[in-house]
Design a binder for this molecule. Structure first.
Ligand code: NDP
Length: 616
């Protein structure tokens, strides 16, 4: 362990732990709502306004396409861009990215709210830095820099050439005779593709709380993922000058709100922050990139740095903590309390106790930080999170908590009323009191797991017209999370039956690289179909089940949120339990030791892929 190993913590007694457990349980019980996810509503229909694209050309039209590409990619965020880049590197010429937004960027296209930054270090989060020849300007990059980097990837890998923006894929249908997919869209397209990769994101559909009276509010309103700068003035750097005479309500205090609040507090005449559960707000310590460091980087530096972070946060040991931030210090704290190096050599009870003790110290530190930064003791009390560290998405800010010291900023706690009670024509009601406001901003997050093919929102018909939903009646079945029997040449990127990490873009890159290698092997061999057997699927399912981390108990004790399915934790995890490092090693082994042969299906007549005359 490096010199920056956390100092030894004082021992914690069983009694202290049990007092804390009881407090956590009580705080959870105050917030659990019997409706679970049903408390939210979609930003569609009469609320479609909240999800409209403020950036794209509303007049845009084009002729429908009926052509053929080798690879169609659904989604132009980092998943889709990585799939495109890795396929390009594998020699695929004909690639089309289909994207609902007006440009590449995904999350970073939609979210442009004031203060937007990525809270994972830029040098490991922003993909393909060495390939694009770029070193980010800050340790934690602003959203605009990340969005521009997404565009740079599009240019570097020539992905703009065939891209279709402002286009939503409405159906994927396998044509057995031609061994290719028919891709239909909301622009009347009916294009064909040998391979389809879906990368439609995990947190991409804005959600609204089902607050009674939400439709009656007569003031201005929008969701953070569609920030209305025409109303607020300013830009992602702040200076929201049009709010100088406005009373603003912000609903929600998750990772987005933590970044927005300092700007609203600085610029609005009055700001009311409606909180149901406080976030953990840890140290940010952003800083500009040291040019000497940037110019000293040797080839391969990004891979090494990403692996270092991934290993550490997945519970592994590293010689030196290269990223050295609040994410890794929590991971190191956990490890320092274990009796030996690494989590997996330790008996489960011993490990659980060490994790709980580490959590105890971490959360006390988080709560002490609130006392140190917030002047009013009552407000400070309300801002303290009472749950275990990973119950909710951790957040980081050196400005959020201090904003509550401003005279124009009021924190309104809604824990006892299970959130905001009601909206009226003129404001927000909590505890029987109406807070009159000119504008309500919803920082209420996104639907989880509703996009793409696994949710059924994008209908998929495989061989013999079989709908994916039917093939998965008893639950999803994949090999390694990527592909399914009966659905040839369809690859999905995402966490399902795969691996995950807080640096999810790294995981996406590993997935994209794997898919590109599989496609390259198919092209080399002339195989027309990539498709796992039922047996391979069944084996993978058994592996997932056997290795599944048992998070049920942990999540059942947590305050509700999207990590625990709003207080109704799922019995079974659908992720590879040994974590991403082991999963990536497993994929490498699988490719080296003949796995590819298992999924490549030869065409009866031996035909391989040939670019046809009408390919773009
Ligand atoms: P979240 O889902 O994290 O937060 C939604 C907030 O709305 C919560 O505070 C929630 O309270 C609150 N809320 C919901 N309903 C009500 C209600 N009826 N009354 C009052 N409050 C309510 O959304 P975010 O947009 O903040 O973040 C979503 C995810 O996006 C993050 O978890 C993270 O993964 C990602 N993100 C990443 C960033 C990065 O830098 N990498 C930055 C921003 C977001 P409660 O907690 O009680 O449910």
């Amino acid at each position: 362990m490096s010199a920056s190993t956390p100092p030894a913590e004082p021992p914690v007694s069983e009694e202290e732990l049990s007092v804390l457990r009881a407090r956590y349980r009580a705080e959870r019980d105050r917030r659990v709502r019997p409706e679970g996810n049903q408390q939210y509503q979609r930003a569609e229909g009469e609320f479609g306004y909240y999800a409209a694209d403020p950036y794209a050309d509303p007049e845009f039209t084009r002729e429908p396409l009926e052509d053929r590409v080798e690879a169609a990619i659904v989604g132009g965020g980092f998943g889709g861009l990585l799939a495109g880049a890795r396929l390009r590197q594998a020699g695929v010429e004909s690639i089309r990215v289909l994207e609902e937004g007006g440009d590449f960027g995904g999350t970073w296209y939609w979210n442009r709210y004031p203060g937007i930054h990525c809270d994972i270090e830029s040098y490991i989060y922003m993909p393909l830095l060495e390939e694009v020849g770029y070193v980010p300007q800050w340790k934690y990059a602003p959203g605009e820099e990340i969005r521009q980097h997404a565009q740079a990837i599009g240019r570097t890998f020539d992905l703009y050439r065939d891209a279709c923006f402002q286009t939503r894929v409405t159906e994927l249908r396998w044509d057995d005779a031609e061994s290719e997919w028919i891709v239909t869209t909301d622009r009347g397209d009916r294009m064909r593709a040998r391979y389809v990769v879906t990368a439609s994101g995990t947190l991409s559909q804005a959600k609204l709380p089902g607050i009674p009276g939400i439709e009656t509010f007569k003031g201005h309103t929008f969701h953070t993922s569609r920030w209305d700068y025409a109303y607020t003035g300013g830009d992602a750097d702040g200076n929201l000058h049009k709010l100088a005479d406005k009373r603003v309500a912000l609903i929600g205090t998750g990772a987005t709100a933590i970044q927005v609040v300092p700007h609203l507090g600085a610029d609005a005449a009055e700001l009311f922050v409606f909180q149901r559960t406080p976030s953990t707000v840890d140290v940010r310590a952003n800083r500009p990139t040291d040019p000497a460091w940037a110019s000293s980087l040797a080839p391969g530096w990004q891979r090494e740095r990403r692996e270092n972070f991934l290993t550490l946060v997945a519970g592994g040991a590293v010689e030196e903590d290269l990223v050295a931030d609040s994410w890794t210090s929590s991971a190191r704290l956990h490890q320092s309390l274990l009796p030996s190096d690494g989590y997996r050599d330790v008996a489960p009870e011993e490990r659980e106790r060490a994790l709980e003790v580490a959590d105890f110290h971490k959360m006390n530190e988080i709560r002490s930080r609130v006392d140190a930064l917030v002047a009013d003791p009552e407000t400070a009390e309300l801002l303290k999170p009472w749950y275990r560290y990973m119950c909710k998405r951790p957040t980081f800010s050196d400005h959020y908590l201090q904003t509550f010291n401003r005279p124009n900023v009021t924190l309104v706690d809604t824990a006892d009323t299970h959130g905001v009670e009601r909206l009226t024509e003129t404001g927000v009601v909590v505890g029987g009191r109406e807070y009159e406001v000119d504008c309500i901003i919803f920082s209420t997050g996104f639907e989880v797991g509703v996009s793409g093919i696994t949710s059924g929102r994008l209908p998929v018909h495989g061989r013999n017209g079989l709908p994916l939903g039917e093939a998965w009646r008893e639950g999803p079945r994949t090999l390694h999370g990527f592909y399914s029997h009966g659905f040839p040449n369809l690859f999905q990127l995402g966490p399902l039956q795969n691996a995950s990490s807080v640096n999810f873009v790294h995981v996406l890159d590993e997935q994209a690289s794997h898919v590109a290698e599989v496609v390259a092997a198919a092209r080399r061999s002339g195989a027309l179909r990539v498709e796992p057997s039922r047996e391979a699927e069944a084996e993978w399912l058994a592996t997932i089940r056997e290795k599944a981390a048992d998070l049920y108990k942990f999540h059942a004790e947590c305050t509700p949120g999207y990590y625990n399915n709003e207080g109704r934790p799922r019995q079974r995890s659908e992720s590879f339990g040994d974590g991403p490092v082991a999963f990536h090693a497993l994929l490498r082994q699988w490719r080296t030791w003949g796995g590819l042969d298992e999924v490549l299906v030869e065409a009866a007549d031996g035909r391989g892929w040939k670019e046809s005359a009408d390919a773009q």
